[in-house]
Design a binder for this molecule. Structure first.
Ligand code: ADP
Length: 662
């Protein structure tokens, strides 16, 4: 079945990166189409580069110097003889000029005609156009007049609350909800400013704010022979700042007559612009008292494949990227509307490198651990691997996790379980937050709208929270073990004897229980943890409370550059030793003082008075509990004072050695 398509489209250049590039390459490889990847300098080792048959560097890390440079991408396509270009989503996917440039160079653009992209590009023009095709639009003003007095009059006519939207909008930018006329002028100004900054176009439209809004979108598909169908709907109402977080198909509590009405409207909207290929028609539905055939309104049409297309693939059994290739090759859609059926329910969660406990700030850095779930009915689309860096250059999405099951409840439970197996160590992630969403009672009971997340931040754990005692205990345990391994290895190398006294913990054991305080950092904040050893049992306490029994077995602990990342139930806590030497360096008179980091025993002293030392040279070892600390010279110099003797008990902070700088 694939060979015929590969004859028509022998090769494809994928003008994208990350999970969507990998996703497109996967289907192309299956169909026998030669795959050509492009990449920026930051992506030289990215999975999409390794997956493709060939890959070409197109510029530096910033997207506007690489993935957004249309001329360089076309040049690469010509050089490599690419038959077509798949733009993925984002970047150049909705750029009509790019689609025309492809055509001008004899390369097929896997997407709609430039005219359809243009017609749907501006929200106001798109609304006017679909309205003519009898598609319901939100009551509002989407004309040319932009002066504040006029628009505020329109808001009055429409009735508050209203929404001001940038006509060139996208990504929720330039969008303001206004409750009453008193707030209108300020909101308008700020929306215009945002729109000007983000899109270079300050124009706005004003529309009715739909109450209890549900975001429901229809996947449409059209071929170049006049056939247009829809592949049912997706519900993307779980949003934050107008951005999708969880998407599902079909929409919960969707009456068949509303599905039919929305499907018909979506197909009409696509027909109105002569659409070809995969597209999405977004509606906002009034969710008060259930979905109604006259209670939904066109918002916009996205003229590309969407991030959340896998939920549609799950319930229809179709490969939308394959369909895109077939339509681009001029084939007819292989089915009619009546052939399509919904199979079960699918839910997708977008796993992001961000910190829900800190205002969802993007989080970057190396992925020290990345464990993605597997299983029947679980699909993972990812474009990064363990060891990769999450950079600030691109969208910080790590993966999409999709669960498919016979019923919605089963799909949500399966997704929650899959997220429970997901481990992201290094950058912070939203895994725990996503899992809490899948398990939130009201959401499971199909009672939600687009305001659900904002109303429930606290319940969903998206607020500042203290690390759990279990996570701190697991981190401490790893720190102690690492410290012991390091010392044992050093001692082993130093000694030719099979039994070194250094390896015997008991060698320094005093009678009775011992306690010491370890100076660590928890998520970067200096903290003190009390360790207590009693007949070889170790316990840890913080702020006077016992932290946990030793050994927390439901935590995933990963070593990083510095310290350990503990991931437990999707939440990450970083535990490290405090940088003692930074504190102990007292420069005032050229002396650097090496102090004991804790109450313990000075088990070795490696220097003598007047000895020359280099910064970083071993000076002493202090042992407390099961932890031994190697203390090093904080600077180059000469040992000017020795204040303790090997074998002696020393207090935390006690001066041990002074290194005099020259
Ligand atoms: P963008 O293109 O910036 O993403 P959209 O027009 O797609 O903007 O709207 C994004 C989200 O804003 C929708 O998913 C919905 O949650 C909310 N929204 C948009 N229009 C309305 C409206 N008229 N009433 C209520 N909510 C709306």
């Amino acid at each position: 079945m694939s060979t015929d398509l590969a004859t028509k489209l022998p090769s494809v250049l994928i003008a994208n990166r990350g999970e969507i590039a990998c996703r497109v390459i996967r289907t192309a490889l299956r169909l026998g189409i030669r795959t050509i990847a492009v990449y920026s300098e930051a992506d030289a080792n990215a999975p999409h580069v390794a997956m493709a048959d060939e890959a070409h560097l197109i510029g530096p890390a910033p997207a506007r110097e690489s993935y957004l440079v249309a001329s360089r991408i076309i040049e690469t396509a010509k050089k490599t003889g690419a038959a077509c270009i798949h733009p993925g989503y984002g970047f150049l996917s909705e750029n009509a000029d790019f689609s025309e440039a492809c055509a001008a160079n004899g390369i097929i653009f896997v997407g709609p005609p430039a005219s359809a992209i243009r017609a749907m590009g501006l929200k106001d023009a798109a609304k006017a156009l679909v309205e003519k095709a009898h598609v319901p639009v939100v009551p509002g003003y989407h004309g040319e007049k932009q002066d504040a007095g006029f628009l505020s009059g329109e808001a009055e006519r429409i009735g508050y609350p209203v929404l001001i939207k940038a006509v060139a909008g996208g990504g929720g930018k330039g969008m303001k909800r206004v409750e009453n006329s008193g707030e209108f002028a300020a909101a308008l100004e700020s929306a215009q400013r945002e729109a000007q900054n983000a899109f270079g176009d300050a124009r706005v439209l004003v529309e009715k704010y739909v109450l209890s809004p549900r975001h429901i979108e229809l996947q449409v598909f059209a071929d170049s022979h006049g056939n247009v169908v829809h592949l049912f709907e997706r519900d993307c109402s779980l949003q934050r700042r107008h951005q999708k977080v969880i998407e599902e198909a079909p929409a919960p509590s969707m009456p068949p007559e509303v599905r039919a009405a929305m499907g018909k409207a979506a197909v009409e909207a696509a027909r109105a612009v002569g659409y070809v290929g995969a597209g999405t028609v977004e509606f906002i539905a009034d969710g008060r008292n259930g979905l109604k055939p006259d209670g939904f309104f066109f918002m916009e049409m996205n003229t590309r494949l969407q991030v959340e297309h896998p939920v549609t693939e799950a319930i229809t059994g179709l490969d939308l990227v394959e369909l895109q290739f077939r339509v681009a090759a001029g084939e007819k859609l292989p089915f009619a509307q009546g052939d399509l059926k919904i199979d079960g329910h699918a839910v997708e969660a977008r796993v992001y490198a961000e910190d829900p406990e800190n205002g969802f700030l993007p989080s970057t850095g190396k992925l020290w651990a990345l464990k993605l779930p597997k299983g029947d009915g679980v699909r993972v689309d990812s474009g990064v691997e363990q060891g990769d860096e999450v950079t600030p250059y691109y969208d910080p999405m790590i993966a999409k996790v999709i669960a498919h099951a016979p019923t919605r409840r089963e799909a949500l439970a399966k997704l929650a379980a899959a997220l429970g197996e997901t481990v992201v160590a290094g950058p912070k992630s939203n895994v725990a937050f996503l899992k809490a969403l899948c398990e939130a009672d009201e959401f499971v009971a199909e009672k939600f709208d687009t305001g659900f997340i904002d109303r429930n931040l606290e319940k969903l754990g998206a607020v500042k929270r203290a690390p759990t005692k279990e996570s701190v205990a697991a981190g401490m345990s790893a720190l102690i073990e690492a410290e012991q391994d390091r010392l044992e290895y050093a001692h082993y190398k130093r000694s030719n004897e099979a039994f070194s006294p250094w390896l015997v913990n008991d060698a320094f054991q005093l009678a009775g229980p011992r306690e010491t305080v370890a100076r660590i950092t928890i998520d970067g904040a200096p903290s003190r943890v009390r360790l207590r050893e009693d007949s070889n049992e170790l316990s840890v306490s913080m702020n006077g409370a016992a932290v946990a029994a030793w050994g927390v077995d439901d935590a995933e602990v990963t070593g990083g550059d510095d310290g350990f990342y503990v991931v437990r139930q999707g939440r990450q806590t970083h535990v490290a030793m405090e940088d003692l030497f930074a504190i102990d360096l007292e420069e005032a008179d050229g002396d650097a003082i090496v102090k004991s980091p804790m109450h313990g025993k000075l088990v070795a002293l490696f220097v003598e008075k007047d000895q020359k030392v280099e910064k970083g040279a071993r000076v002493a070892i202090v042992e407390a509990m099961k932890m031994e600390h190697v203390l090093v010279a904080p600077r180059d110099g000469v040992v000017s004072e020795i204040s303790a003797q090997a074998g002696q008990q020393v207090a935390q902070g006690a001066k041990l050695v002074v290194v005099h700088g020259e």
